[in-house]
Design a protein around this ligand. Structure first.
Ligand code: ATP
Ligand code: MG
Length: 152
């Protein structure tokens, strides 16, 4: 079973995405298998690892249930990633079901199509807000990392 980390802080620009990418690269270098999940409609992590996020299954399709987590994974030279694009922003208005906060947790741990058994680490890069996407990441995660800007 993976150790699942959410990298979250409702403040923007505090290095959530940078930390996700660097941690993934470091863990991979140590020999661990790592999946990153871009949970931010800005898609910055997807862009930073050159994932294809226009014509492929993304986090939006995973959250909607039209693609499985396994189907949405891309293998890049940096890390494995489930990418995201701006369409993901709409998910906050599109999920209405009871238990929608558990969506990502259930997708990752699904016995047939989940991927939580296949990686040592899963790192979830969150958007700079405390909306449904971040709540889904926090619900799916075992650990929370909160990057902060060191200020006096
Ligand atoms: N250790 C660092 N020292 C200096 N600049 C950094 C450091 N880490 C990240 N940055 C820069 O800070 C900016 C914001 O980083 P990043 O995109 O990782 O933040 P973020 O928290 O993911 O932002 P957002 O909330 O928009 O998703 C980027 O320009 C990045 O290059
Ligand atoms: Mg970011």
């Amino acid at each position: 079973m993976s150790a699942i980390f959410a990298l979250a802080n409702q403040k923007g620009g505090v290095a959530k995405t940078t930390t996700t990418g660097i941690l993934a690269a470091g863990l991979k270098k140590q020999g661990f298998s790592v999946l990153t999940i871009d949970c931010d409609p800005q898609g910055n992590l997807s862009m930073s690892v050159a994932a294809e996020n226009q014509d492929s299954a993304t986090m939006y399709e995973v959250m909607k249930g039209t693609a499985s987590a396994r189907e949405a994974i891309q293998h890049t030279s940096s890390c494995d990633i489930i990418p995201a694009n701006t369409i993901l922003a709409g998910i906050e208005q599109e999920l209405h079901n009871v238990g929608k906060e558990m969506t990502l947790r259930e997708k990752l741990r699904d016995e047939q199509t989940g991927v939580a058994e296949e990686y040592d680490y899963i790192l979830i890069d969150c958007p700079p807000s405390l909306g449904l996407l971040t709540v889904n990441a926090l619900t799916a995660a075992d650990y929370l990392l909160i990057p902060t800007m060191a200020e006096t």
